[in-house]
Write a protein that binds this ligand. Structure first.
Ligand code: IMP
Ligand code: MG
Length: 181
């Protein structure tokens, strides 16, 4: 068996707790969307892919799964200038879209995405994220489905990365800087 890097801090949220919350969220979605048609689960790459894979297998509705990828222009995170790195290849017009994000931090990315969806003439758009850092919000966003509200820690695992790594860790850990070892 291999070892995770020394940057992987203590377990913040276990695999089991994540699975429980994923099931709770899916149950709510099953209930809320039972009479809706053209339901699209729109995963925001890359971070949401692990959460999305577990979530959709608990959703017992007639859904489509699509993906989108958003990037911010270099050095402009605070100005919130974004572009679509990978546009959604499916038709979203008239769809009831549930955006699935790994984590909502400042809220700037999701604000941009909602704007993109409006331009694509979706019928409705709701937001689902596994993690939310409410205290860091710069834009007020209405999140319909939240797994865990967390503090200001930088977290890794279960799809979330630091410099592209640690997405494969099956639990949520804090990122431990080498300087603090
Ligand atoms: P926002 O536009 O500030 O809401 O940015 C959300 C994005 O920031 C997420 O999709 C993540 O890619 C990234 N992010 C924010 N906080 C964390 C974290 O603690 N761990 C990993 N990625 C994070
Ligand atoms: Mg992300």
């Amino acid at each position: 068996m291999g070892n995770y890097s020394s940057n992987v801090g203590s377990v913040l949220i276990s695999k089991e707790r994540i699975q429980e919350r994923v099931k709770d969220i899916a149950q709510k979605i099953n209930e809320d969307y039972k009479d809706k048609d053209n339901v699209v689960i729109l995963g925001v790459l890359k971070g949401a892919f692990v959460f999305l894979a577990d979530l959709i297998r608990e959703i017992s509705l007639d859904i489509r799964v699509e993906f989108i990828s958003v990037s911010s222009y270099v050095n402009s995170e605070s100005t919130g200038k974004f572009y679509l790195k990978i546009p959604c290849t499916g038709n979203l017009e008239g769809a009831n879209v549930i955006i699935v994000e790994d984590i909502i931090d400042s809220g700037l990315t999701i604000e941009y995405l909602l704007d993109v969806l409006k331009n694509q003439k979706v019928k409705s758009a709701r937001i689902c994220c596994l993690f939310s850092k409410k205290i860091r919000r710069e834009k007020e966003v209405d999140i319909d489905y939240v797994g865990f509200d967390i503090g200001d820690d930088f977290i890794i695992g279960y799809g979330l990365d630091y410099n592209g790594k640690f997405r494969n860790i099956p639990f949520i850990a804090t990122y431990k800087d080498d300087k603090n070892l």
